[in-house]
Design a binder for this molecule. Structure first.
Ligand code: 3PG
Length: 211
């Protein structure tokens, strides 16, 4: 397995972050690191997402930083230039995947059906984002996919929170679990670092104590 993918699996929890301020982004990465989560997916949903990625790379060299919501080849290029170490897409766009692989950037495209799993697998990828997890069958679907694709691992994202996290953690085909619940917009706006750190620790412990 690719080292970066291995590191995502070791982290177990993948915080999905929407942030526009580079200083706040670095503070957030520090808080996540304090909670043992040395990874951040900064989504391309703000004007300064790329700058936030660059800032975290520079200030927090032990944090693995990915770019999320990668929808176009232009995003792939921007993410690469910003220093992103991996990419995440909500869906599967063959052009985006081809370009990421050409640039040697690990990517986890989003899937939610068997046909998509097979299409993405044909690119040699076997770690896929399952999105939007709760809306598309959640734990029950992942169990079914395991029976036919035991070699594929998933990063379920979408609708996951402390209340259902454990149900996902216990599945055999989980690589990591993603979501925004740790870094809510409300907490980020208020710079409520203690609450973010509490949620991050809770998620880390739930994941690692139950594997
Ligand atoms: C994503 O981009 O991965 C999702 O928006 C995360 O979904 P969540 O907000 O339900 O965690």
């Amino acid at each position: 397995m690719d080292t970066i993918m291995q590191k995502i699996g070791d982290a177990g929890i993948l915080p999905v972050i929407k942030i526009n301020d580079t200083k706040l982004a670095v503070s957030l990465a520090q808080v996540l690191q304090n909670a043992n989560i040395h990874i951040a997916e900064v989504t391309f949903r703000t004007e300064n997402a790329a700058a936030c990625i660059t800032a975290i790379r520079k200030e927090m060299p032990n944090v693995l930083v990915g770019a999320g919501t990668i929808l176009t080849e232009k995003h792939v290029r921007e993410a690469k230039d910003a220093g992103a170490q991996f990419l995440v897409s909500p869906g599967f766009n063959p052009k985006v995947v081809e370009y990421a692989l050409k640039l040697n950037l690990p990517i986890t495209p989003g899937v939610c059906t068997p046909s998509e799993v097979e299409q993405v697998s044909s690119f040699g990828l076997n770690i896929l984002k399952f999105f939007p997890a709760e809306l598309y069958g959640g734990v029950a679907l992942l169990k079914t996919l395991y029976s036919v694709y035991p070699h594929i691992k998933f990063i379920p994202t979408g609708g996951i929170s402390p209340s259902n996290l454990l149900d996902y953690v216990k599945l055999p085909n989980i690589h990591a679990i993603g979501g925004t619940w740790i870094t809510s917009q409300d907490d980020l706006e208020k710079e409520n670092w203690s609450h973010i750190e509490k949620l991050a620790r809770e998620a880390y412990n739930l994941f690692h104590n139950n594997r």
